[in-house]
Design a protein around this ligand. Structure first.
Ligand code: DAH
Length: 343
């Protein structure tokens, strides 16, 4: 017993004298004092040799010593964790950081934002509508009653259980929704996704994006329409862009026109995108049909307006020379990464 107490006293002094340093020394300390074959274990094993009447006193000494050895270990460990003394737990502030991969905007998003920005400078604000639409807003309100032949031009996805509902075939439905709740002056741009039952190929897809534009006020003329759209393409494609308007037909505008620009891919010499004509159609437009205005209680004797609708994929294709529509939706990072910083 005497011997054991002396031994413990020595260990205590040894521990008090240790100056904590690296993680390796700490581990050696742990194994020596607290390990499964360490000093603490062998001292505890001596308990059985201690005379019964001294067991209690020895137990107390042993306990105190154990607490001392353990708290030394904890303090030592903590000092390594926060300081630079230890190798294993220390933080090396001089190491370079991990570089996180940075995502890019989708080209359609980039072009949509540019369109919104250009028209925003002319005073157009953004309006939105639902992609699941009803027949009235997508067709009837736009002067396309049931059995109107122009409905066939748009291969519509109908919702099976709800014959009155469909996936909108164009963003013109947002014109209807806006005129329903807002009175002139109206100056809106409506970007969004649209759906048509088309076979997917390099030139067609079952979903794509459009931007609708609508301007209704007093004295809005066809000259305003032409100048607004000319300004837009100059901002989007550069001052050298050439435009031409061709008469066309849309049930919701009268008169109607389609606008072409000179092909940005071949510069006009002829390629597959412009079908060797040198011109590419980018939008449909026209003066809002008086019947449309009247459908929404807007006095067509007082107000006139123009409207247009363009495909964002097409604008994007001409701007960035993209030859296959499917690239937009395949999520191939080799394609998407090319648009880093492309504005
Ligand atoms: N909605 C037409 C389409 O998807 C595009 C269009 C043509 C929109 C003329 C208009 C317009 O607002 O005036 O083909």
């Amino acid at each position: 017993m005497e011997q054991l107490l002396q031994q413990i006293e020595q260990y205590k002094q040894e521990i008090a004298g240790i100056v904590p340093n690296g993680a390796d020394a700490l581990e050696a300390y742990r194994i020596r004092f607290l390990g499964t074959k360490g000093i603490m274990k062998s001292l505890s094993a001596e308990m059985k040799n201690v005379p019964v009447e001294q067991k209690k006193a020895f137990g107390q000494v042993l306990n105190e010593f154990k607490q001392l050895a353990e708290s030394k270990y904890e303090d030592w460990k903590n000092s390594l964790g926060s300081g630079t003394a230890g190798k294993a737990n220390a933080i090396d502030l001089s190491l370079p950081g991990d570089t996180l991969p940075i995502g890019t905007h989708h080209p359609i998003t980039l072009v949509r934002d540019q369109i919104v920005h250009i028209f925003g400078r002319l005073g157009f604000s953004v309006a939105e509508g639902p992609e699941i639409e009803d027949d009235w807003h997508n067709f009837t309100a736009l002067n396309l009653p049931e059995n109107h032949p122009a409905r066939d031009m748009q291969d519509t996805f109908y919702i099976h259980q709800q014959p009155d509902w469909l996936l909108r075939t164009h963003t013109s439905s947002v014109q209807a929704r806006t005129m329903e709740k807002q009175k002139p002056p109206i100056r809106i741009i409506c970007p969004g996704r649209v759906y048509r039952n088309e076979t997917i190929s390099a030139r067609a897809h079952c979903f794509f994006h459009q931007t609708e534009g609508l301007y209704v006020d007093e004295n809005v003329s066809f000259a305003d329409l032409k100048q607004t759209l000319y300004f837009f393409v100059q901002e989007m494609f550069g001052k050298d862009v050439k435009v031409r308007f061709r008469p066309s037909y849309f049930p919701f505008t009268e008169p109607s026109a389609e606008m072409d620009i000179n092909c940005r891919i071949c510069g006009g010499s002829g390629c597959s995108v412009c079908k060797h004509t040198g011109w590419v159609e980018i939008l449909g437009s026209g003066m809002v049909h008086p019947k449309m205005l009247e459908n929404f209680g807007i006095d067509s004797n007082k107000y006139t307006g123009f409207a247009f609708g363009m495909g964002i994929e097409r604008i994007c294709q001409l701007k960035y020379r993209i030859n296959d529509l499917r690239l937009y939706s395949q999520n191939d990072v080799r394609f998407l990464q090319q648009f880093t910083g492309a504005v």
